[in-house]
Design a protein around this ligand. Structure first.
Ligand code: ATP
Ligand code: PRP
Length: 214
Protein backbone atom coordinates (compact mmCIF):
# COMPACT_ATOMS: atom_id res chain seq x y z
CA UNK A 1 0.00 0.00 0.00
CA UNK A 2 1.25 3.51 -0.87
CA UNK A 3 -0.05 6.45 1.16
CA UNK A 4 0.04 9.91 -0.42
CA UNK A 5 -0.49 13.05 1.72
CA UNK A 6 -2.34 15.89 0.01
CA UNK A 7 -3.96 19.08 1.28
CA UNK A 8 -7.54 20.04 0.45
CA UNK A 9 -8.14 23.00 -1.82
CA UNK A 10 -5.98 24.19 -4.68
CA UNK A 11 -3.23 21.55 -4.45
CA UNK A 12 -5.79 18.74 -4.34
CA UNK A 13 -7.74 20.21 -7.27
CA UNK A 14 -4.62 20.68 -9.38
CA UNK A 15 -3.15 17.29 -8.41
CA UNK A 16 -6.31 15.34 -9.33
CA UNK A 17 -5.64 15.21 -13.11
CA UNK A 18 -2.03 14.15 -12.48
CA UNK A 19 -3.14 11.41 -10.12
CA UNK A 20 -5.85 10.34 -12.57
CA UNK A 21 -3.23 9.81 -15.29
CA UNK A 22 -1.57 7.35 -12.92
CA UNK A 23 -4.91 5.58 -12.44
CA UNK A 24 -5.50 7.15 -9.02
CA UNK A 25 -8.97 8.62 -8.58
CA UNK A 26 -10.26 9.07 -5.01
CA UNK A 27 -13.52 7.25 -4.25
CA UNK A 28 -14.76 10.19 -2.11
CA UNK A 29 -14.60 13.96 -2.51
CA UNK A 30 -12.84 15.64 0.44
CA UNK A 31 -14.83 18.85 -0.21
CA UNK A 32 -18.06 17.12 0.77
CA UNK A 33 -16.97 14.18 2.88
CA UNK A 34 -15.39 14.23 6.36
CA UNK A 35 -13.15 11.19 5.73
CA UNK A 36 -9.43 11.87 6.20
CA UNK A 37 -8.27 8.66 4.53
CA UNK A 38 -9.56 8.25 0.99
CA UNK A 39 -9.43 4.96 -0.87
CA UNK A 40 -8.82 5.28 -4.59
CA UNK A 41 -9.49 3.40 -7.82
CA UNK A 42 -6.10 1.79 -7.25
CA UNK A 43 -6.42 -0.63 -4.33
CA UNK A 44 -2.70 -0.21 -3.58
CA UNK A 45 -2.90 3.61 -3.19
CA UNK A 46 -4.69 5.70 -0.56
CA UNK A 47 -4.71 9.46 0.08
CA UNK A 48 -4.55 11.16 3.46
CA UNK A 49 -6.09 14.64 3.53
CA UNK A 50 -4.22 17.06 5.79
CA UNK A 51 -3.31 20.75 6.19
CA UNK A 52 -0.81 21.97 3.58
CA UNK A 53 1.76 22.84 6.25
CA UNK A 54 1.53 19.34 7.77
CA UNK A 55 2.45 17.45 4.60
CA UNK A 56 6.26 17.47 5.17
CA UNK A 57 5.79 16.28 8.76
CA UNK A 58 3.60 13.30 7.77
CA UNK A 59 6.07 12.30 5.05
CA UNK A 60 9.17 12.86 7.19
CA UNK A 61 7.85 10.52 9.90
CA UNK A 62 6.65 7.91 7.41
CA UNK A 63 2.96 8.41 8.20
CA UNK A 64 2.68 8.93 4.45
CA UNK A 65 5.09 7.49 1.88
CA UNK A 66 4.67 10.41 -0.47
CA UNK A 67 3.21 13.90 -0.32
CA UNK A 68 2.43 16.90 -2.45
CA UNK A 69 3.54 20.20 -0.91
CA UNK A 70 4.26 23.76 -2.00
CA UNK A 71 7.93 24.74 -2.20
CA UNK A 72 7.06 27.55 0.25
CA UNK A 73 6.02 24.97 2.84
CA UNK A 74 9.08 22.79 2.15
CA UNK A 75 11.46 25.75 2.47
CA UNK A 76 9.91 26.69 5.77
CA UNK A 77 9.92 23.11 7.10
CA UNK A 78 13.51 22.43 6.02
CA UNK A 79 13.45 19.72 3.37
CA UNK A 80 16.67 17.83 4.17
CA UNK A 81 14.64 15.11 5.83
CA UNK A 82 12.74 14.29 2.62
CA UNK A 83 13.43 13.44 -0.98
CA UNK A 84 11.99 15.94 -3.44
CA UNK A 85 12.26 14.14 -6.78
CA UNK A 86 9.65 15.98 -8.86
CA UNK A 87 8.44 19.49 -9.53
CA UNK A 88 4.76 18.97 -10.36
CA UNK A 89 4.35 22.50 -11.75
CA UNK A 90 1.01 23.01 -10.04
CA UNK A 91 -0.23 25.70 -7.61
CA UNK A 92 2.30 28.14 -9.07
CA UNK A 93 2.78 31.51 -7.39
CA UNK A 94 5.56 33.72 -6.02
CA UNK A 95 6.89 34.20 -2.51
CA UNK A 96 7.44 37.95 -2.21
CA UNK A 97 7.89 40.85 0.10
CA UNK A 98 5.09 43.40 -0.12
CA UNK A 99 4.41 46.75 1.49
CA UNK A 100 1.93 49.63 1.43
CA UNK A 101 2.13 51.31 -1.97
CA UNK A 102 3.17 54.60 -0.33
CA UNK A 103 5.72 53.06 2.05
CA UNK A 104 9.41 53.86 1.50
CA UNK A 105 11.85 51.19 0.32
CA UNK A 106 13.03 48.87 3.07
CA UNK A 107 16.21 50.01 4.78
CA UNK A 108 17.69 49.74 8.26
CA UNK A 109 15.56 47.86 10.76
CA UNK A 110 12.30 46.38 9.50
CA UNK A 111 9.28 44.69 11.06
CA UNK A 112 7.96 41.84 8.94
CA UNK A 113 4.69 39.93 9.34
CA UNK A 114 4.58 36.44 7.84
CA UNK A 115 3.75 32.81 8.37
CA UNK A 116 7.12 31.97 6.77
CA UNK A 117 9.24 32.87 9.80
CA UNK A 118 12.35 30.79 8.98
CA UNK A 119 12.36 31.70 5.30
CA UNK A 120 11.91 35.42 6.03
CA UNK A 121 14.62 35.33 8.70
CA UNK A 122 17.06 33.75 6.24
CA UNK A 123 16.09 36.11 3.41
CA UNK A 124 16.63 39.33 5.38
CA UNK A 125 19.80 37.97 7.05
CA UNK A 126 21.30 37.29 3.60
CA UNK A 127 20.54 40.89 2.61
CA UNK A 128 22.14 42.14 5.83
CA UNK A 129 18.84 43.73 6.89
CA UNK A 130 17.92 43.59 10.56
CA UNK A 131 14.42 42.15 10.64
CA UNK A 132 12.01 41.60 13.49
CA UNK A 133 9.72 38.78 12.33
CA UNK A 134 6.14 38.63 13.60
CA UNK A 135 4.49 35.24 13.12
CA UNK A 136 0.94 35.32 11.73
CA UNK A 137 -1.25 32.43 10.58
CA UNK A 138 -3.17 34.28 7.84
CA UNK A 139 -4.43 37.63 6.53
CA UNK A 140 -0.85 38.89 6.42
CA UNK A 141 -1.96 41.74 4.14
CA UNK A 142 -3.67 43.38 7.10
CA UNK A 143 -0.46 43.84 9.09
CA UNK A 144 0.97 46.90 7.26
CA UNK A 145 -2.48 48.53 7.18
CA UNK A 146 -2.86 48.53 10.94
CA UNK A 147 0.75 49.34 11.85
CA UNK A 148 1.67 45.83 12.95
CA UNK A 149 4.49 45.54 10.41
CA UNK A 150 6.37 47.55 7.77
CA UNK A 151 6.07 44.79 5.23
CA UNK A 152 4.96 41.21 4.75
CA UNK A 153 6.37 38.04 3.23
CA UNK A 154 3.56 36.14 1.53
CA UNK A 155 2.46 34.36 -1.61
CA UNK A 156 1.37 36.40 -4.62
CA UNK A 157 -0.43 34.98 -7.62
CA UNK A 158 -2.69 37.45 -9.47
CA UNK A 159 -1.71 40.28 -7.11
CA UNK A 160 -5.42 40.96 -6.48
CA UNK A 161 -5.21 40.51 -2.72
CA UNK A 162 -2.35 43.00 -2.45
CA UNK A 163 -4.11 45.49 -4.74
CA UNK A 164 -7.39 45.25 -2.84
CA UNK A 165 -5.52 46.22 0.31
CA UNK A 166 -3.43 49.08 -1.13
CA UNK A 167 -0.26 47.04 -0.99
CA UNK A 168 2.22 46.37 -3.76
CA UNK A 169 4.66 43.53 -4.44
CA UNK A 170 8.28 44.49 -3.79
CA UNK A 171 11.04 41.83 -3.97
CA UNK A 172 10.72 38.30 -5.34
CA UNK A 173 12.06 35.75 -2.86
CA UNK A 174 11.26 32.65 -4.89
CA UNK A 175 9.01 31.26 -7.60
CA UNK A 176 6.83 28.59 -6.00
CA UNK A 177 5.27 25.38 -7.30
CA UNK A 178 4.20 22.15 -5.66
CA UNK A 179 6.63 19.28 -5.36
CA UNK A 180 6.28 15.56 -4.90
CA UNK A 181 8.11 14.55 -1.72
CA UNK A 182 9.02 11.04 -0.64
CA UNK A 183 9.87 9.51 2.73
CA UNK A 184 13.52 8.40 2.71
CA UNK A 185 12.91 4.92 4.14
CA UNK A 186 9.90 4.31 1.86
CA UNK A 187 12.06 5.19 -1.16
CA UNK A 188 14.20 2.14 -0.26
CA UNK A 189 11.56 -0.23 1.12
CA UNK A 190 8.88 0.44 -1.53
CA UNK A 191 11.26 1.38 -4.31
CA UNK A 192 9.55 -0.50 -7.14
CA UNK A 193 6.08 0.95 -6.50
CA UNK A 194 7.41 4.47 -5.91
CA UNK A 195 9.70 4.41 -8.96
CA UNK A 196 6.75 3.31 -11.12
CA UNK A 197 4.59 6.13 -9.80
CA UNK A 198 7.37 8.71 -10.33
CA UNK A 199 7.74 7.45 -13.86
CA UNK A 200 4.02 7.85 -14.54
CA UNK A 201 4.02 11.41 -13.14
CA UNK A 202 7.10 12.30 -15.18
CA UNK A 203 5.48 11.05 -18.37
CA UNK A 204 2.34 13.10 -17.70
CA UNK A 205 4.39 16.21 -16.85
CA UNK A 206 6.48 15.83 -20.00
CA UNK A 207 3.28 16.13 -22.07
CA UNK A 208 2.35 19.35 -20.26
CA UNK A 209 3.76 22.78 -20.90
CA UNK A 210 4.85 25.35 -20.03
CA UNK A 211 6.30 24.79 -16.55
CA UNK A 212 6.09 27.40 -13.79
CA UNK A 213 8.98 29.91 -13.92
CA UNK A 214 11.89 28.79 -11.71
P1 ATP B 1 -2.73 25.72 5.72
O1 ATP B 1 -4.13 25.18 5.52
O2 ATP B 1 -1.77 24.67 6.19
O3 ATP B 1 -2.65 27.00 6.49
P2 ATP B 1 -2.82 27.16 3.21
O4 ATP B 1 -4.09 27.80 3.70
O5 ATP B 1 -1.69 28.04 2.78
O6 ATP B 1 -2.23 26.09 4.25
P3 ATP B 1 -3.60 26.62 0.55
O7 ATP B 1 -4.12 28.02 0.49
O8 ATP B 1 -4.41 25.48 0.01
O9 ATP B 1 -3.20 26.19 2.01
O10 ATP B 1 -2.20 26.65 -0.20
C1 ATP B 1 -1.49 25.47 -0.44
C2 ATP B 1 -0.29 25.79 -1.31
O11 ATP B 1 -0.74 26.30 -2.57
C3 ATP B 1 0.66 26.84 -0.75
O12 ATP B 1 1.58 26.24 0.14
C4 ATP B 1 1.30 27.36 -2.01
O13 ATP B 1 2.36 26.51 -2.44
C5 ATP B 1 0.16 27.29 -3.02
N1 ATP B 1 -0.60 28.57 -3.08
C6 ATP B 1 -1.08 29.28 -2.05
N2 ATP B 1 -1.73 30.39 -2.46
C7 ATP B 1 -1.67 30.36 -3.79
C8 ATP B 1 -2.20 31.21 -4.80
N3 ATP B 1 -2.88 32.31 -4.51
N4 ATP B 1 -2.01 30.86 -6.05
C9 ATP B 1 -1.34 29.73 -6.36
N5 ATP B 1 -0.80 28.89 -5.45
C10 ATP B 1 -0.98 29.20 -4.18
C1 PRP C 1 -3.00 33.20 -0.71
C2 PRP C 1 -1.95 34.16 -0.19
C3 PRP C 1 -2.49 35.52 -0.61
C4 PRP C 1 -3.27 35.19 -1.87
C5 PRP C 1 -2.52 35.67 -3.06
O1 PRP C 1 -4.08 33.20 0.16
O2 PRP C 1 -1.76 34.04 1.20
O3 PRP C 1 -3.33 36.07 0.37
O4 PRP C 1 -3.39 33.74 -1.96
O5 PRP C 1 -3.21 35.39 -4.24
P1 PRP C 1 -3.51 36.57 -5.30
O6 PRP C 1 -2.20 37.23 -5.57
O7 PRP C 1 -4.05 35.84 -6.49
O8 PRP C 1 -4.51 37.49 -4.70
P2 PRP C 1 -5.25 32.12 0.02
O9 PRP C 1 -6.15 32.47 -1.08
O10 PRP C 1 -4.65 30.74 -0.04
O11 PRP C 1 -5.97 32.28 1.39
P3 PRP C 1 -5.38 31.95 2.85
O12 PRP C 1 -4.97 33.30 3.39
O13 PRP C 1 -6.54 31.31 3.52
O14 PRP C 1 -4.21 31.00 2.69
Amino acid sequence: MLTIAVSKGRIYEEALPLLAEAGITPLDDPATCRKLILQTTRPDVQLVIIRATDVPTFVEYGAADLGIAGKDVLLEHGADSLYEPLDLNIACCRLMTAAHKDAPAISGRVRVATKYVNTAQRYFAELGIQAEIIKLYGSMELAPLVGLADCIVDLVDTGNTLKANNLEPRELIMNISSRLVVNKAAMKMKNKAIAELLDQFEQTLAKRCPPCPT
